[in-house]
Design a protein around this ligand. Sequence first.
Ligand SMILES: *[C@@H]1O[C@H](CO)[C@@H](O)[C@H](O)[C@H]1NC(C)=O
Ligand SMILES: *[C@@H]1O[C@H](CO)[C@@H](O)[C@H](O)[C@H]1NC(C)=O
Ligand SMILES: *[C@@H]1O[C@H](CO)[C@@H](O)[C@H](O)[C@H]1NC(C)=O
Length: 478
Amino acid sequence: MGGDRCAPRIGLLSQRSMFCFFTLASLLFIISWLSILRSTGRPNFLDSPLLTNSKFLGVFDNGVRNRSNDNVPRKTILVKCGNNKDRLKVYMYDLPPVFHFALLGWKGDGKSVWPDLRTEVPHYPGGLNSQHSIEYYLTLDLLSSEFASNLDGRSAIRVRNSSEADVIFVPFFSCISYNRFSRLNPHQKGTNNNLLQQKLVKYVTAQEEWKKSGGRDHIILAHHPNSLLDARNQLWPSMFILSDFGRYPPNIANVEKDIIAPYKHVIKSYVNDTSDFDSRPTLLFFQGAIYRKDGGIIRQEIYYLLKEEKDVHFSFGTVQKDGIGTATNGMHSSKFCLNIAGDTPSSNRLFDAIASHCVPVIISNEIELPYEDVLDYSEFCIFVRNSDAVKENFLINLVRSISRDEWTRMWTRLQEIEHLFEYQYPSQKGDAVQMIWQAVARKVPAIRLKVHRSNRYSRFQSPAEKHWISFPLPRNFP
Ligand SMILES: *[C@@H]1O[C@H](CO)[C@@H](O)[C@H](O)[C@H]1NC(C)=O
Ligand SMILES: *[C@@H]1O[C@H](CO)[C@@H](O)[C@H](O)[C@H]1NC(C)=O
Ligand SMILES: *[C@@H]1O[C@H](CO)[C@@H](O)[C@H](O)[C@H]1NC(C)=O
């Protein structure tokens, strides 16, 4: 990965790395300045996720942007400081299978930690489990990077020597552990999910890699809002990959340190979508549960505001209960799809809408969106503040005011970006798996900064302090 050439992993910053860091900071400043200057156009910068900055610099002929060059990639996702073939180097703990593939029912030969993907690829459970299957797809991608004949389009590779790694990956399948092993076993103190988390904390914090960085360069997956509820209080210095921050105190998880990843959509992609504005009869579609707590109130209010509108479809029930088939038909035949915060700010509904090319209308003040640092969601989503959404006629007037042309632009854009949310094995260039590795890569300089800062006084310190570095408590820990 590009940042790797920018700074040595350990030790003093070299002059060259200082130069690269300065260049990167300046470029980011210019990019944000340009983004403010321009308000229209949608360059296809995501077509080449690991852009080089040579193209990028070509835009600055006169210091002012030439608007007819709008098709030139506008933003670099990774600034080139060395060979752009560099990829994120990921060291993965060889956690015993009970933390990962054994949770999927994989038996193995009792000796290998990992399945040999060339002969067998264990399955992840389907249905609503699959929306959090990111843990499975990232792990498969790392494992397969070792035997892939072609590394094109890959943003991360597994390395076996942790000193060479940019980040340390903790392959605990926390979501399937929560979904499948949360039942209380009368003969044990806690559920299997609790026990696994305790074992995980013990294992991870005992590793040399953890002690070296205080866990700051570790990647931990907790995409289900209820997964990792116990271990997160010990593992918080790490980078979490989450669906939102709804159930996290800000000192445990926050947008600076952590990464938001998409849900895997449960509705089928709309392949060869030949629909248009007029052939989608439903104006606005919503399907979801009414929750009594938190977000449920706003869902009910919006329901009462919209229930008389003939071209609005509002149905209560989970996708699972009403059948994925009816939800698919509904979203494929609607112009706009509502995403109203439920008991968490995010849900797979947004990603179902994207896969259906149904323009999302997002009513969720607290929502955090995947890769929003490189993707402008306003190009294909409509955002409505909670306070506006409950005003009489506000929502329906807004949606009716969107012209055929505007809708078609958003619909077209949805088809350009939908692959960014696609989880698959083998992963393809620019899909969700690669976008997440790139999002991790963009955090690496900030991680290095934190690790180096924490090293200032740690090299020659008392053993007691060393211990503290290995088991830090969160800031503002209650
Ligand atoms: C802008 O770019 C176009 C195409 O690259 C070029 O033909 C045109 O002369 C440029 N305009 C200015 C003002 O530089
Ligand atoms: C791991 O990498 C470091 C730094 O490149 C090197 O010094 C060390 O010898 C390597 N260890 C092994 C076991 O190859
Ligand atoms: C979509 O269109 C392509 C090319 O026309 C065709 O090969 C493919 O089978 C179609 N897929 C579906 C699901 O209709």
